[in-house]
Design a protein around this ligand. Structure first.
Ligand code: KG4
Ligand code: ZN
Length: 354
């Protein structure tokens, strides 16, 4: 009897586990970036094409999910061709197809997932489903060729904030997380309130440069004795401060507001990430996610790391935001230890980390 497609893919994937060079074509479309990459053996990026929709969403003040999906559809095929061309390889030379399965916007994810399934079926190559947040961590495997688990990872993105113990390439344990808003979400909301617009994080970062930040928005950390954080309180404190100033017809010192908010948002996390390293007796701390691009975060955590004998690593700026190379990197480690995804696999807007 002829083997089913899934059985054939499992056989192919098993064979890849011992192959010397494995080239993975990866697709990322979870939010407002369409990206396709070709990555060899999880560490060597042959191409990483990223098409951002920032300009399209700026006039709406944030990402509009339906518009994001439609633009992913327009972008995906040309970007796929560009990524293959840049990697100087044909689809035939690709060993497996990887895609972000979640977390993210469901309509946006579906564009990548559907394209990856179609490619897998048409080319007879195994399909690998990747968790977006774990992918952000893998950006560090590309940037730091000798980095190996175990280490602590501080994940700071638009949708996630977490201190995680990475025990193995595919073994994660949550140590602390946000009880409400994600840190990137807080940056974006505060930026909107003070009129900086979308995307807020980079704009606040720029405004805060060189500023001390003299406004104390939150007096104490409600989760001081745990590894958890809350950003809703900090965000509300900034909103109340701004509204009060406006009611009194007082001018807003935007730079001071940005620096004060940024420093408080970052310091409450970095202290805990260092504490997590000490508790777990791990000497390496890795940053991941869009907010890992923040200059104060990079500076503050590097300083704390030095003071505590902990090596701090982060990806270069181009690998902090959403990109397919990080998905292709983690896909290689998934391939070594997991079964291929089935063709009835679907997008998962909410996907747990552990
Ligand atoms: O990881 P990411 O690209 O998307 C998610 O997976 O959520 O993160 C996007 C977030 C946005 O909230 C954006 O404002 C924030 O990362 N961000 C920054 C900076 N660059 C991007 N936040 C602070 N400082 C930055 N330089
Ligand atoms: Zn992301």
């Amino acid at each position: 009897m002829e083997k089913s497609f899934d059985e054939q893919m499992l056989e192919k994937l098993n064979a890849l586990r011992t192959q010397k060079s494995v080239k993975i074509l990866a697709i990322e479309s979870s939010c407002d970036e369409t990206s396709v990459a070709v990555v060899e053996n999880g560490r060597n990026v042959l191409s990483n094409v990223v098409s951002s929709q920032i300009e399209i969403h700026t006039r709406f003040g944030g990402v509009v999910p339906e518009i994001a999906s439609r633009n992913h559809i327009l972008a995906i095929n040309p970007i796929l061709e560009e990524a293959l061309k840049e990697a100087n390889c044909t689809l035939d030379e690709i060993d497996a197809i990887a895609v972000t399965q979640g977390a993210g916007l469901v309509g946006a994810l579906l564009v990548g997932v559907t394209s990856a399934k179609a490619l897998s079926y048409a080319t007879n190559k195994p399909l690998i489903a990747v968790n977006h947040i774990k992918g952000h961590i893998a950006a560090n495997f590309i940037a730091h060729k000798d980095l190996k688990p175990p280490f602590i990872c501080l994940i700071t993105s638009g949708g996630h904030t977490a201190i995680v113990k990475v025990s193995d390439y595919n073994k994660f344990q949550m140590i602390g997380t946000t009880q409400d808003d994600a840190i990137g979400e807080a940056f974006d909301k505060v930026a909107r309130i003070i009129g900086l617009g979308y995307p807020g994080g980079p704009k606040i970062d720029k405004m805060a440069q060189g500023e001390v930040g003299t406004i104390q928005f939150v007096k104490h950390d409600a989760f001081e004795n745990s590894f958890d954080v809350s950003y809703s309180g900090l965000k509300t404190a900034v909103i109340n401060y701004v509204h009060q100033k406006m009611q009194n017809n007082e001018e807003l010192d935007i730079k001071n507001i940005c620096a004060s908010f940024e420093h408080q948002a970052i310091e409450m996390l970095t202290k805990k990430a260092i504490r997590a390293c000490i508790q777990e007796n791990l000497k390496t701390l890795v940053l991941a996610g869009g907010v890992a691009a923040n200059s104060y975060l990079r500076e503050n955590i590097t300083k704390l790391g030095k003071e505590n004998g902990i090596e701090v690593l982060f990806p270069p700026l181009e690998l902090c935001g959403d990109n397919a190379a990080m998905i292709g990197s983690l896909a290689y480690y998934n391939l070594l230890s997991e079964e291929p995804a089935k063709l009835n696999m679907s997008a998962k807007p909410n996907i747990p980390l552990e």
